[in-house]
Design a protein around this ligand. Structure first.
Ligand SMILES: [Mg+2]
Length: 374
């Protein structure tokens, strides 16, 4: 995963340090030393993520963030505010200005790369959605679209696996106003919940007293139903080895204890947004496939669908069934008639001579089409 990252800081050494770390991970890095320079660069270059210092002369990071989020051209570019460790108020102000995430100085390598990768992926999904919307509008398929654009990242269903009551209460207190949060302390029960109901996000503590949270992450990644579910882990500071294992396993992000309320809000928002964008793209793909094989006027499957499916069904049918209805097609016409028009019958079942439609399969198709149109 690579992307184009813009680093904005008024101190040369900070810019060079971030540039070196990101370049080592194969990101393309742009640099700017003031807010004005950053905004100018965003007007001319495609950027996937902006790393923005808060304290800058002339225009501070909050104002730059507000302007990025206020312009239709750049409002979807994720912004990470680089804040001082002891300035909690910076995070609140950053969130109000529209920031997507935070990293604190001195910048930790794992935090930097995890945040940038997450947001670059989100930007890629967003670009893909915009492209689909634009092409959908161009071919006139958009108004009939059954899948709604995912505009909100609130109202998510979250499963929190945590046996420390104080931490669980704190997380529920922060997220409960925006989302539906279920707390579970037992891994087996958590797996049952996940198999039972659709969730938008899983938050797992890696410091459970009786169980290994990493095992749950691994099981969630291997189950068909949950393999796309975003996962955030809660870790103790200094647990780099376990955190790296979790990230290797496909965990999306992490929160370090003590859990900061503004970081919880920002990270959960990013993951839920990302899940909804991915779901949207997956649903749109299914919708596009449906459009490709359905006649817009009648709502019936079209000839392309029929040819593909009838040929396969005819190949699987027992020989007696395969030829029973040939007389129907051959006596009616030398051309087989389909609900969508006529075409040489040989094309319908090219692999099974005599080359007419095998009618048990045709009757299945006709019944299915009738059911669809009723
Ligand atoms: Mg500064």
């Amino acid at each position: 995963m690579t992307g184009r990252v813009l680093v904005v800081d008024d101190i040369l050494a900070n810019v060079k340090l971030l540039e070196a770390r990101l370049s080592a991970e194969y990101f393309d890095v742009f640099t700017a030393y003031s807010g004005e320079e950053a905004l100018e660069l965003l007007r001319t270059e495609r950027v996937d993520v902006v790393l923005l210092d808060v304290m800058m002369p002339a225009m501070d990071g909050f104002e730059v963030c507000r302007r990025i989020k206020g312009s239709p051209k750049t409002m979807h570019v994720p912004v990470v505010m680089v804040t001082a460790l002891d300035q909690a108020s910076d995070k609140v102000q950053g969130l109000e200005a529209g920031a997507d995430d935070f990293i604190t100085k001195p910048v930790d390598d794992i935090a930097l790369i995890t945040r940038v990768k997450n947001l670059a992926r989100l930007k890629t999904l967003n670009d893909e959605m915009m492209l689909r919307m634009a092409s959908g509008a161009q071919i006139g398929a958009l108004p009939g679209s059954a899948v709604a654009w995912p505009r909100t990242e609130s109202g998510g269903r979250i499963l929190l696996v945590e046996d420390n009551e104080r931490v669980a209460k704190r997380v529920v207190g922060v997220l409960g106003k925006l989302h539906e949060v279920h707390v579970e302390s037992d891994l087996h029960a958590a797996l049952l919940h996940l198999g039972d109901k659709p969730y938008d996000l899983l938050i797992v503590s890696l410091n459970l007293a009786q169980a290994d949270g990493l095992r749950l992450c691994s099981q969630v990644r291997s189950m068909e139903r949950t393999r796309h579910l975003p996962i955030i882990v809660i870790v103790q500071p200094g647990e780099e080895a376990r955190l790296l294992r979790a990230l290797d396993m496909g965990v999306n992000d992490y929160l370090a204890r003590p859990v900061d309320r503004n970081e919880v809000v920002a990270r959960v928002r990013t993951q839920i947004k990302r899940k909804r964008h991915s779901d949207y793209l997956r649903d749109r793909l299914e919708e596009s496939v449906e459009l490709a094989v359905t006649d817009a006027l009648t709502g019936l499957h079209n000839r392309r669908y029929m040819e593909t499916h009838l040929a396969a069904l005819a190949r699987r049918a027992p020989p007696a069934d395969r030829f029973r209805w040939c007389s129907w097609t051959s006596t009616t016409s030398s051309r087989s008639t389909t609900p969508m028009g006529t075409k040489p019958a040989t094309a319908c079942c090219a692999s099974s001579p005599p080359a007419f439609v095998a009618t048990p399969a045709a009757s299945i198709w006709l019944a299915a089409s009738a059911a669809r149109s009723s």
